[in-house]
Design a protein around this ligand. Structure first.
Ligand code: AMP
Length: 399
């Protein structure tokens, strides 16, 4: 795949060069205070490498959705302040509402080697999300080299993720993207087998292309969560008031057929934990088969299913997981997700967690440091699993 052969920061000469780095500083803010610093921590290795190797480091990122306007509450000023503390070094904030304005130009002109400048929120400019050339050129005019380290937006073609790379001499990926490519890329392209993928979450329709693509690659596909009920209903089981996408029943049957043709084991729940209401206080009732009583909805996989899934995970050498097995936010219905996370944590395998809800679940449940890799991009990792090329990565120079 053309995405796996990209230059990294270690393959390029950065000393004395002006290096524009697209980071993912899209952090949650409450009254201008950063409430979760994971993304800042994640960005540090690349920034520190560039500082140590005497680059002039120009950072940029989006934050939230200002939709082309300079919204003060979405300023990157708090990020500059916190990064300065984390790096123990001044991060000069170029507070231009037009991002590449007088402040930015002046700050960049005055840079010495190893200095760090942060530009204002790239989405203050309406051109950003349309990948319009004018803003891409302005960004590129500040730098000799472009480094993309924002995996979370790599599936979007914007000025600061794609356009800018056309107008600089060299472009490469930073450590975060390099790591994503290594683990997601190797898992999908050259997995050590048996290769097991676990898909869950609410909807079949969100994962149609993922299921279709993964059936080409895996030895076992495990389906849990809300999306499993459409597969069960399509085969004639009773699912009560569980989530159902009627218009995806034919598709489900097609996927079951495809799995058979490909020799892929496709595992579906054989029992459930159900409740009368979608409510954290609804009483949990276990079923003894695939069937669910009238008036009840499946809110988690049952214990037999959890064992079946855990056993499949134990035998695997590569496991990819995206989407919870049940409504893990409700304590009574979190067990299936916990059991699968535990099995992955104990497995003698490369374990990769797709971003978004599954990453949150694994971290909340305390298994984060037991996994080989937790992706930092929900949407981007799903597109990766769909077999799509991510524009923000394709745009970088090859080795
Ligand atoms: P997704 O964003 O597609 O990964 O879906 C995650 C959401 O799916 C979580 O908030 C879960 O609570 C929800 N979910 C998982 N299993 C079920 C289920 N059986 N019924 C309803 N919602 C579910």
């Amino acid at each position: 795949m053309s995405m796996l052969n990209k230059k990294t920061i270690e393959n390029i000469d950065v000393s004395g060069k002006k290096v524009l780095v697209r980071c993912d500083f899209n952090v949650p803010l409450k009254d201008s205070v950063i409430t979760d610093e994971n993304r800042l921590v994640g960005a540090l290795p690349t920034i520190k490498y560039l500082i140590e190797n005497k680059a002039k480091v120009i950072l940029c990122s989006h934050l939230g959705k200002p939709k082309g306007e300079a919204k003060p509450e979405l300023s990157l000023a708090p990020v500059a302040k916190r990064l300065s503390e984390m790096l123990n070094k001044e991060v000069i904030f170029a507070a231009d509402d037009n991002v590449v304005g007088d402040n930015a130009k002046k700050a960049v002109n005055n840079m010495k080697d190893s200095d760090v400048v942060l530009l204002q929120n790239t989405r203050y400019r309406k051109e950003e999300t349309k990948n319009e050339e004018a803003f891409s050129k302005e960004l590129a005019s500040l730098a000799d080299v472009f480094v993309n380290d924002a995996f979370g937006t790599a599936h979007r073609a914007h000025c600061s993720t794609v356009g800018v790379s056309e107008f600089v001499k060299t472009s490469a990926c930073g450590y975060l993207i390099q790591k994503e490519l290594k683990f997601l890329g190797e898992a999908v392209e050259a997995p050590v087998r048996p290769f097991v993928a676990i898909l869950g979450g609410a909807k079949v329709s969100d994962k149609i292309n993922v299921i279709n693509n993964l059936l080409e690659k895996v030895d076992t596909l495990i389906i849990g969560g809300g999306m499993a009920y459409t597969f069960l209903k399509a085969q004639g089981y009773e699912i009560g008031t569980s989530l159902l996408e009627e218009d995806k029943m034919d598709y489900s049957m097609e996927m079951l057929k495809k799995a058979k043709e490909k020799g892929v084991k496709l595992l579906l729940p054989v029992d459930h934990v159900t409740g009368e209401k979608f409510d954290k206080d609804t009483a949990p009732v276990n079923t003894d088969s695939e069937n669910i009583k009238e008036g009840f909805m499946g809110l988690d996989i049952g214990p037999k299913t959890a064992k079946l899934y855990a056993d499949a995970v134990k035998e695997a050498k590569t496991v990819i997981w995206n989407g919870p097995m049940g409504v893990f936010e409700f304590e009574n219905f979190a067990k299936g997700t916990i059991e699968v996370a535990k099995a992955m944590a104990d497995a003698d395998a490369t374990t990769v967690i797709g971003g978004g809800d599954s990453a949150a679940a694994v971290n909340i449940l305390g298994f984060g440091d037991k996994m080989t890799h937790i992706s930092t991009g929900g949407g981007a990792s799903l597109e990766f699993l769909e077999g799509k090329e991510l524009p923000g990565i394709v745009a970088l120079n090859n080795k």
